[in-house]
Design a protein around this ligand. Sequence first.
Ligand code: SF4
Length: 237
Amino acid sequence: MNTKNQRYDSAPRRQNTRDAPVSLLNEAQRFEFMNILRSHNPSPQPELKFRNPFELLCAVLLSAQCTDAAVNKATPALFAAAPDAQALCALSTEQIASYIRSLGLWQAKSRYLKELAVTLSRDFKGAVPADFDLLTSLPGVGPKTALVVLNVAFGRDTIAVDTHIFRLCQRSGLCLGKNALQVQQRLPALIDDEFKRHAHHWLLLHGRYVCKARTPDCAHCAVKSLCVTGSGRTAHS
Ligand code: SF4
């Protein structure tokens, strides 16, 4: 997961024209695509461990360029020492760093967590705001982090597009875009409302474990018949 300071993946060059299609699947195919993912995992769960919105926000911020498993190893000790924004605020940046030194970008993340805790304590009485604009005003919190927090902690129908979802969307033809941000802007209009609550997790888990970056497991992919890469069919056929 990214913060606003991170770059999104680059896009295939052929999608840079203004007339490029937004999806290579028609409406019925997109519905079936999501319906299949739902049928395989009706109640998807986040892999990051957290007990409340504050811990989720910290965990998502820490997950930038890290695996969720690595974050889950580091956060129990951090959250034991700092179970809320006020307690985290009381820790020095160096003390915060001592808990997350195993994670990539730990120095920048230590500073962000400290600034985040100060801002939450000072401006929000320690509570994580359930509002996109307020969330993205917080130190270290970019649009994608905000969308994840709104979806997971507050049950909103938001879809955050990370590298796994971007890759899956591009390969399958579900949603095309020159980068993750453009796919994030386009995807909600292509997903039926009944799937939006869990679309982020269905697409994320499928991208992470099936449509993998180096070796997509097309042979065992549940949406292969709909995917333009896996099936070899042409757009909308
Ligand atoms: S068929 Fe292959 S390329 Fe298409 S979504 Fe499945 S794993 Fe990805």
